[in-house]
Design a binder for this molecule. Structure first.
Ligand code: BGC
Length: 424
């Protein structure tokens, strides 16, 4: 009798259990939503990289995303230091080459500027860096206005002003003739093809008034160089030190900035490795790890308040470009293989916001793929279309399968699209 009662009770229990499982709201007793605790995925290491969670209008950092859990970090590079370097590199080039630069001899050094993404902190900083170094910036609310001017043929724009440069006793006017966000019709930013087309429009209006081309990155810079500047001998400056751009310096590309992607890609995976190993976050970064990997303070800095690692930038010009010809070589001081027993393989979900982004696909991802082996991480790479966040988040359908996450958002405002999935 007792046995029979138990059997009935068990059957009843199973039926109820099944009913609970099939209901809309997950209700198992260890389910985070039902207990009020956070989900297991919300506790896993998370790194944002290349696109810092921030408000795309004001630039204000999204601290909720940056401190999502104790093992959340951002990895990027020092945007202001790099932007200043880019501006300085262009100004120094003008000063050194002034005799051949002013193509129509009107005393005005005209430049055009390709802008990547008006809501991306890196892009904004670079636009400001160029304007600040060339004296064309106009301050708005204590900062240089980074809006595109559109067309500014006669220098009457209120977004920029005509700058002046004193070179060898002569005063030259510097004018931003045109600038535009390079966004394609589907909404992808930093769009190289758009830049390649736009230079055609610009040269049709300005002809030999254009003496310099500045671009927020090499992808757009090289599209312009190949479409026009190379044949017309007009120095074109970019950013990223992608291998093709560095090689083009031998053919007249003006210069570029290395954002030390070799250090950034390492840091991106290293912070995850450390969190997964449960060791101090500085391991293999400021403090040598058991394989001898360590970085020195001349290549990165860490800002505790924003939980952000920033690689430092280096200018790449005709003087030193031969040292930068292959942008996919790992950084030697952090290229030692970790021991597989002490650091067992872990699974990482990682996305690239746009699989066609020149920098991320030709420089950053190849580096990540080398470091993932060295750090014993099994990384699944997801490539987005550069336009829709859901195209990527849809592929984060089963976060339980991964031990850690590395995220490169389409839009810097959209961190919650990811953290909400991890919190479920
Ligand atoms: C790079 C760009 C790239 C962008 C993507 C920037 O840091 O310089 O080339 O398109 O990141 O977010």
């Amino acid at each position: 009798m007792k046995k029979r009662f138990l059997t009935i009770a068990m059957a009843l229990f199973m039926v109820l259990g099944l009913a609970a499982c099939s209901s809309d709201t997950p209700a198992s007793s260890d389910d985070p939503a039902s207990t009020g605790t956070t989900s297991a995925n919300a506790e896993k290491p998370l790194v944002w990289f290349n696109r810092q969670p921030s408000n795309s209008s004001t630039g204000e950092l999204d601290m909720a995303a940056l401190s999502f859990n104790d093992d959340t970090y951002y990895v990027g590079f020092d945007a202001n230091q790099g932007a200043e370097l880019q501006g300085q590199m262009i100004r120094e080039y003008i000063e050194a080459n002034i005799d051949d630069l002013d193509r129509n001899g009107d005393g005005v050094i005209g430049y055009v500027l390709a802008i990547g993404d008006i809501g991306h902190n890196d892009s904004i900083a670079r636009t400001r860096g160029v304007r600040s170094a060339l004296g064309t910036g106009v301050e708005a609310n204590g900062e240089i206005n980074s809006d595109p001017v559109g067309i500014n043929t006669d220098g009457s724009s209120t977004i920029v002003q005509d700058g002046t440069l004193e070179i060898n006793g002569t005063t030259y006017t510097v004018r931003e003739l045109a600038s535009q966000e390079m966004k394609n019709s589907s909404g992808a930013t930093w769009d190289a093809a758009t830049a390649g087309n736009t230079i055609g429009t610009w040269t049709a209006s300005f002809g030999d008034q254009i003496d310099i081309v500045a671009s927020n990155n090499d992808g757009m810079g090289m599209a312009i160089f190949n479409a026009w500047s190379k044949d017309n001998g007009v120095p074109t400056f970019g950013y990223d030190a992608n291998s093709d751009a560095v090689a083009a310096i031998a053919e007249g590309y003006g210069g570029t900035i290395s954002q030390h992607a070799d250090v950034q890609a390492y840091l991106t995976l290293r912070v995850l490795r450390n969190a997964l190993d449960g060791v101090d976050i500085d391991t293999g970064i400021g403090t040598a790890d058991d394989a001898g990997n360590v970085l020195t303070s001349d290549v990165y800095k860490y800002d505790e308040a924003s939980r952000s690692y920033y690689a430092l930038n280096v200018a790449v010009t005709a003087e030193n470009y031969k040292d930068f010809l292959d942008s996919t070589v790992t950084y030697a001081p952090v290229s030692n293989q970790l021991d597989a027993e002490a650091h067992p393989t872990k699974n990482v979900w990682l996305n690239i916001y746009n699989s066609s982004d020149n920098f991320l696909s030709s420089t950053y991802q190849p580096l990540l793929q080398k470091y993932d082996d060295l750090l014993n991480l099994n990384v699944e790479y997801i490539g987005g279309d550069g336009q829709t966040e859901s195209n990527i988040t849809n592929r984060l359908g089963n976060p339980d399968q991964y031990d850690a996450f590395a995220i490169n958002m389409v839009k810097t405002d959209n961190a919650a699209s990811y953290t909400s999935i991890l919190s479920q």
